[in-house]
Design a binder for this molecule. Structure first.
Ligand code: HEM
Length: 188
């Protein structure tokens, strides 16, 4: 096996990576639009639009709950390639960043699921079926869970942005194979 091949992620790992990246970006933008731009009770039109946007948001975002399980199982079965050569401190920071991404990819949809459950709303998945609430309806908890979801979704956005900028740094400044190893190719 050549060095280029050993540095490549498997085809399924790439599929999970890019599919989840696309879903997270779209879910984030639709969630932001529904959560921050529209407000219940301001006007009938805004309330209807908010319900529509948040329903769409949930339907898209809940798919990540299933994808992350598949992704972690696949990652345990097929270990990712070793990092490119870099100082030990950068390796530690890279592993820390990846761990933060995984934790947030679990915590963000779970906190959204919890806030919808506490409010007693339905939780659609890809417009195909619904999943049950995480616990009994408890509207007193909803504002806290909405705040937790808001905070975690911003933490995810900042971590994803950092991840993206580091990928660009590897590609354009360090000129190494990091970004290419996650790109679609025949060697997967
Ligand atoms: C990839 C996963 C997810 C991302 C990136 C994400 C992101 C966001 C963002 C950015 C907001 C706007 C927050 C604000 O400004 O108020 C939001 C709101 C919301 N999200 Fe999510 N979310 C995700 C998963 C979920 C899931 C799985 C559910 C429910 C099953 C959910 C339910 C909600 C609800 C109900 C709101 C509106 C909160 C409000 O009343 O303002 N989210 N989400």
């Amino acid at each position: 096996m050549s060095t280029a091949e050993t540095r490549d992620y498997s085809g399924l790992a790439k599929l999970f990576h890019w599919l989840m990246a696309a879903i997270i970006v779209v879910a984030w933008l639709v969630g932001y639009y529904g959560g921050a731009m529209l407000h219940y009770g301001v006007s009938d039109q805004e309330t209807a639009e908010k319900i529509w946007a948040i329903t769409l948001h949930k339907s898209i975002a809940t798919t990540t709950l299933f994808l992350i399980v598949g992704r972690l199982i696949w990652r345990a079965y097929r270990r990712p390639p070793a990092l490119v050569d870099m100082p030990p401190i950068m390796k530690h920071l890279t592993h820390l960043g990846h761990a933060a991404l995984y934790l947030l990819m679990i915590a963000v949809p779970l906190s959204g699921w919890a806030n919808s459950s506490s409010a007693g709303y339905s939780i659609p998945v890809a417009g195909l079926f619904t999943i049950p609430g995480l616990g009994p309806k408890n509207p007193e908890l909803t504002p806290y869970l909405v705040s937790a979801h808001w905070f975690l979704s911003w933490a995810l956005a900042i971590t994803v942005l950092g991840h993206f900028l580091f990928a660009l740094k590897h590609h354009f400044l360090d000129k190494d194979s990091t970004l290419r190893s996650m790109m679609p190719s025949r060697s997967a």
